[in-house]
Design a protein around this ligand. Structure first.
Ligand code: BMA
Length: 325
């Protein structure tokens, strides 16, 4: 598949030549599509993707795929790994979507935050797991409308911290909330606002993969949604937040750094979408593998590095949360 070179901007995320790395044809059972996967490294160094799988009813569940190199040789669970459970959790009535995975050393467990699709709209649910086979389900932790959520891997000032994207009368912005026990959430703070007007990230933004902890701060890839006459355009931007005070934005780039260009990103069930929900870090502590849903039809991989992204922010970022005033 050819990638049209449409830009002279510095490429910050490099598409893997094997893209798309996973699609419906790879699945061990009948599905409509697979996209938007959470990602993590397992203790043995292999990569686990927790993929959003949509069936032909339009309802999504999550399914795990494991690979030694994170690129190919995927072993996919023969049955859904995590199905919605509307009897116990009515807010999962219309399925579960877009997981983000955070390994939490204090708990020695992975925290999976995902969208539960309820009659009232999307909400944020949480489940903990040690092995991606058994899950302790916490149910909804942020009521509708809310999504694009991930837990930080450690407490901040003694409290667990969750980044999420409620839709409020203020708009669709990124917030952080805190909890002593992962069940009771409060101290809600707005951390990054969608811009307005002509901006690429006007009106609606949301966290993409869980924040990446670097020596200079939490590196945050976020998606911005541009509404156009022919539909929405999903692109990615970059911001950096203070390590001990993640409410404080240290830098935010003005331009998007990655957008739909390849055929598999431009055309699918939903055209013009790149939507990462997970990333892994190589042993060098610098190379990042970003797994993204492409056009709501497949999973693709792009590589970058912490050094490249921080250098770009140094040259192109500023510390204003909003630049549209
Ligand atoms: C967003 C989410 C994503 C999806 C994207 C494009 O609102 O629902 O799951 O990939 O729209 O359809």
């Amino acid at each position: 598949m050819s990638v049209a070179i449409t830009t002279r901007y510095e490429p910050l995320l490099l598409r893997h030549p094997a893209n798309p790395i996973l699609s419906a044809k790879d699945w061990p059972y009948s599905i409509n599509s697979v996209f938007n996967a959470g990602a993590t490294l397992l203790a043995d160094g292999s990569t686990l993707l927790l993929c959003r799988v949509e069936d032909r009813r339009g309802i999504s569940h999550l399914n795990a795929a494991r690979s030694r190199n994170g690129v190919d040789g995927w072993e996919i669970d023969n049955e859904p790994t995590l199905l919605s459970s509307p009897k116990e959790f009515p807010e999962e009535l219309w399925g579960i979507e877009d997981p983000r995975i955070t390994f939490v050393p204090e708990l020695q467990q992975y925290a999976v935050t995902y969208t539960s699709y309820s009659r009232g709209g999307p909400g944020v649910s949480l489940a903990l797991t040690k092995d991606f086979r058994n899950f302790e389900r916490y149910g909804v932790i942020m009521p509708p409308d809310d999504k694009d959520s991930a837990l930080l891997p450690r407490r901040i000032g003694g409290y667990w911290a969750l980044i999420h994207r409620p839709m409020t009368p203020l708009g669709s912005h990124m917030w952080i909330s805190y909890s002593p026990d992962l069940r009771h959430w409060g101290r809600h703070r707005l951390i990054l606002e969608a811009r307005r007007g002509a901006w690429w990230d006007a009106n609606k933004i949301g966290l993409s993969p869980p924040p990446i902890e670097t020596s200079r701060g939490w590196l945050v890839l976020y998606h911005g949604v541009r509404h156009t006459p022919s539909g929405c355009l999903y692109r990615l931007g970059l911001a950096l937040f203070d390590l001990e005070n993640p409410e404080k934005c240290l830098s935010r780039g003005d331009s998007w750094i990655f957008g739909p260009e390849a055929e598999y990103e431009r055309h699918g069930d939903v055209d013009d979408v790149v939507f990462p929900c997970g990333s892994t870090m190589d042993a060098d502590g610098d190379t990042i593998n970003i797994y993204y849903g492409a056009a709501d039809c497949s999973i693709a991989l792009a590589r970058s590095s912490v050094t490249t992204l921080l250098n770009w922010l140094d040259a192109n970022g500023s510390c204003d949360r909003r630049r549209d005033r």
